[in-house]
Ligand binder design. Structure first.
Ligand code: TYD
Ligand code: MG
Length: 501
């Protein structure tokens, strides 16, 4: 008897790490799993009660619970219902999810404040409702009126779109039980709370328990649940790390707050790849899909200037052309600065070392700044050559020849390595009027694209030798102001290299 009580988990105090979700029976000062200090949080005594309630309350539509409750049985005997994805009508969104909304899935949509999460979710709700789906939009942050106003901005508001402003988990689950929607949006998980738990909304245990209850609801009812999640200053989803482990997919909406492009990408996806990304533009009437992102990202490019290079980054199935900008300037402080935005700083450090040792550029006393246009984040080795060229171009004040695409991974020896799908990248460039593509020498023979001169390059050194145009005099700002009115003339003008038309 006593044994049984002791064994029951809910009776024992039980703690978990708010950083990584690791569980321990006893309190800990430092998490044994991830090493973080002071992250122990006591799990609620009635842990999972609402979850169990949720599981019991929704007689699943397909006749059986999606998670738990059956005991082991042969995998081969598990019937596979035709898991019909629901195309949402938002093409880019569907692409990132892997081809539409999966019934019974739970998806976390995350991003900085003000980036457009609520806007995206409301657009999703509207298009799905317009397609005849039952949609419940739960807002814990905005009033009904605010949601209505925003919805009106985004397009016609379908009659079947339900809104609920509520922060109590039980009330949300109750409403969902009554209305039996196909899709539930919860904006945001940090505003929800279970009344019987200690801790305010947004606290680690509240976020965890509410997400768990919604997970059971999703699996039991076959409704797709979208949770909006805030991120902390360092970019992680606020609340327990375990939230990311619980859900089926984690989508990030990214971009520069004051630029109009937004990129949606999956950091985790149980139903598709994590490489696809969707590109949006924030307009007065919500997020608009960008049909040709390469063109959009390069549209602000004005002629050729030293320090810029165009690369083709393979994002999922499609290559995206983006401009990399580098600025190399004499450093006035002891330690030269290396500042990047949208590019991995360690990758930059590696490429700078290669430029120093294999090409002989003396970068040790220079600050190096790197940015990627469009607010995109690049993490694909095929963009190495472009970055090396942009840095060398800025350092030498010689622009990369106009109309040139640079493709290639740079090895520590300074040689260029093969990249995936080189021809697809070059084709994307050809479609946008590029005339020349520098590709790794071993792959040059594979690339045949009309209108493109293929320049095989074996090493970074060779690429810098062949692809930089004539030196451009950099006038200090004072000199330009003192010069003739013409000094402020077209920026692209004097920068044209011999390759210019
Ligand atoms: P929002 O979706 O509220 O961001 P989040 O939920 O991620 O905090 O988006 C807020 C920003 O988007 C706000 O600055 C206004 C802007 N916006 C538009 O530019 N156009 C629109 O149609 C809408 C609805 C918002
Ligand atoms: Mg919001």
């Amino acid at each position: 008897m006593a044994k049984a009580t002791k064994g029951s988990r809910a009776e024992r105090p039980h703690f978990f790490c708010s950083a990584c979700g690791h569980e321990e029976a006893r309190w800990f000062g430092r998490c044994p799993a991830c090493g973080a200090w002071n992250t122990a949080a006591e799990a609620p005594r009635a842990a999972g009660a609402a979850g169990r309630g949720a599981r019991a309350r929704w007689a699943p539509r397909t006749g059986e619970a999606a998670v738990g409750g059956r005991g082991p049985r042969p995998l081969a005997h598990v019937e596979v219902g035709a898991a019909q994805r629901l195309p949402s009508g938002l093409r880019e969104f569907d692409r990132v999810l892997g081809g539409g909304v999966m019934p019974g899935s739970i998806v976390l949509v995350s991003g900085d404040p003000g980036i457009g999460k609520s806007t995206l979710m409301l657009q999703l709700a509207e298009t799905l409702a317009a397609l005849g789906r039952g949609v419940l939009y739960v807002s814990g942050e905005e009033s009904e009126e605010q949601v209505r106003l925003r919805a009106g901005r985004l397009g016609p508001v379908p009659g079947s779109l339900l809104v609920l402003t509520e922060t109590d988990l039980e009330a949300v689950l109750e409403a969902a039980a009554q209305t039996r929607p196909d899709i539930v949006v919860v904006d945001s998980i940090q505003t929800l709370a279970r009344a019987d738990l200690e801790g305010g909304p947004g606290s680690v245990s509240q976020v965890r328990e509410c997400a768990l209850a919604l997970l059971h609801f999703a699996k039991g009812s076959r409704a797709a649940v979208f949770l909006v999640g805030h991120v902390t200053k360092d970019g992680a989803v606020a609340g327990p790390r375990v939230l990311e482990h619980m859900v089926d997919a984690v989508l990030y909406l990214e971009g520069e707050r004051y630029q109009h492009y937004r990129v949606l990408r999956a950091a985790k996806n149980r139903f598709g790849s994590t490489h696809e990304l969707g590109v949006y533009e924030m307009t007065d009437s919500g997020l608009q899909e960008v049909a040709n992102p390469s063109q959009a990202f390069l549209s602000e490019r004005r002629g050729v200037e030293p320090g810029t290079a165009v690369v083709a980054s393979l994002e999922g199935t499609r290559p995206l052309l983006v401009e990399l900008q580098a600025l190399v300037a004499t450093s006035f402080y002891g330690t030269p600065q290396r500042v990047t935005s949208g590019f991995d700083p360690r990758r930059l450090a590696l490429l700078l070392a290669v430029l120093e040792r294999r090409v002989g550029l003396r970068l040790g006393r220079h600050d190096v700044f790197v940015t990627v246009t469009g607010g995109l984040t690049l993490d694909e080795p095929g963009t190495d050559l472009g970055l090396a060229l942009a840095v060398a171009s800025s350092y030498r004040s010689r622009p990369v020849l106009e109309g040139t695409l640079a493709v290639g991974e740079v090895s520590l020896s300074g040689e260029l390595r093969r990249v995936a799908r080189v021809e697809a990248r070059v084709r994307e460039a050809a479609a946008l009027g590029f005339r020349r593509a520098a590709v790794p020498a071993p792959q040059a023979a594979d690339v045949r694209v009309a209108g493109i001169e293929v320049v095989p390059v074996a090493t970074v050194r060779e690429a810098i030798g062949e692809l930089l145009g004539a030196k451009v005099e950099v006038r200090p700002p004072g000199a330009a102001a003192a010069g003739a009115p013409g000094a402020a003339a077209p920026r692209g003008g004097p920068a044209r290299g011999p390759g210019a038309p």
